[in-house]
Ligand binder design. Structure first.
Ligand SMILES: [Zn+2]
Length: 348
């Protein structure tokens, strides 16, 4: 009996380009939503672009968050209920988007993603990452109903946020390899289409490396396009597998043992160099990953991350404990193997 089924949830409107923030209300109109919007933002995005949103939605209620936390999610849920909101608009970098994503899940309403930094693929995906104590929770929710990515605004974000977005995309290389491996060894469901799309996204980004430079708005365009396409790959797969493998486990582990040191994208980029080494050895493609990262100005070493070698090794040897996701790390790599990988690849 044929009993397969799938449910692909994608953003319906993706608006990207110079000045498109001013078309936000038009993009929202096209969604035929009911009820009032509610703005979720944080202080600096609010300062930069809050009024441009308010100008388009008369009397819109809002909250400004200092940090992403479960408390913030509760705050948004309560305030949006009080305002009788029909949907949420998240304006900001990672924080407001992660929080709005989880809050909209709780409120059973949709949200619109308006990123002010192209720093990770969470701006498009259905996954939310919220820190709690010394750990981070990755929670499954729905992707945004629409994404409005104004490249003029994104190009003004600190450059390291853009290179973090690039590195998050480059890590798709190893994420897809881990996914294929898990499919072969653990019968994890694999989507050829999502895997190919994710890999192609990374290849296209690397192919455009020459146009990814500070002060060039086209950089924001290229990176956002890649983040959208990576998010679509996750939507098709119905999981973060196409964009999250062992390099992400490594980064999540760093978040636990060395919180707040480096950006998510930068950590997964460095992780990807080492997990690629585990996949294919000394003559493998880890040099390509390292070179792509360094061309774009993303860190390739522990020093550049601002994290000491010992912490890198601890994270690498314990990353498999983060969650039940089979990767090249298997049931854990030995300290010797971790040191060898980190040393040969020049990470430490
Ligand atoms: Zn990521």
């Amino acid at each position: 009996m044929f009993d397969k089924s799938t449910w692909i949830k994608l953003p319906r409107n993706v608006l990207q380009g110079h000045g498109v923030l001013d078309d936000l209300s038009a993009a929202v109109d096209e969604l035929y939503l009911s009820g009032d919007p509610f703005l979720v933002t944080s202080p600096s995005p609010d300062r930069i672009a809050g009024d441009r949103v308010r100008d388009q939605f008369d009397g819109i209620a809002s909250v400004s968050l200092d940090r992403a936390s479960f408390e913030s999610v509760e705050r948004v849920v309560d305030a949006a209920r009080e305002a009788d909101a029909g949907y949420l608009i998240a304006l900001g970098g990672g924080k407001p988007i992660d929080v709005a994503k989880m809050a909209s899940d709780r409120l059973d309403c949709g949200f619109i993603s308006v990123p002010t930094a192209a720093s990770h693929d969470g701006i498009v995906s259905g996954r939310s990452s919220i820190p709690e104590g010394d750990t981070r929770h990755s929670v499954a929710a729905d992707p945004p109903l629409a994404v409005v990515a104004d490249t003029e605004l994104l190009a003004e974000a600190p450059w390291e946020l853009t290179t973090a977005g690039c590195a998050d995309i480059i890590s798709n290389y190893t994420a897809v390899k881990d996914w294929e491996l898990a499919h072969r060894l653990k019968n994890v469901e694999y989507s050829e289409y999502a895997g190919a799309l994710s890999q192609m996204t990374a290849e296209m980004l690397v192919g455009s490396a020459d146009s990814i430079k500070p002060g060039l708005e086209e950089s924001a365009w290229i990176v956002t396009k890649a983040l959208v396409s990576s998010g679509v790959a996750m939507s098709i797969a119905g999981s973060s597998r196409p964009a999250s493998g062992a390099e992400h486990l490594f980064s999540h582990q760093l978040d636990r043992i060395a919180p707040g040191r480096a950006l998510h994208g930068h950590q997964v980029g460095v992780g990807s160099i080492m997990t690629e080494y585990f996949h294919s050895g000394a003559r493998g493609e880890w040099t390509d990953i390292r070179d792509a990262l360094s061309t774009m100005g993303a860190p390739t070493t522990a020093d550049e991350l601002g994290i000491d070698g010992e912490t890198i090794i601890e994270a690498l040897t314990t990353a498999h404990e983060i969650r039940d996701r089979y990767t090249i790390l298997g049931n854990g790599v030995s300290e010797e193997a971790a040191i060898e990988a980190a040393t040969i690849t020049g990470v430490i």
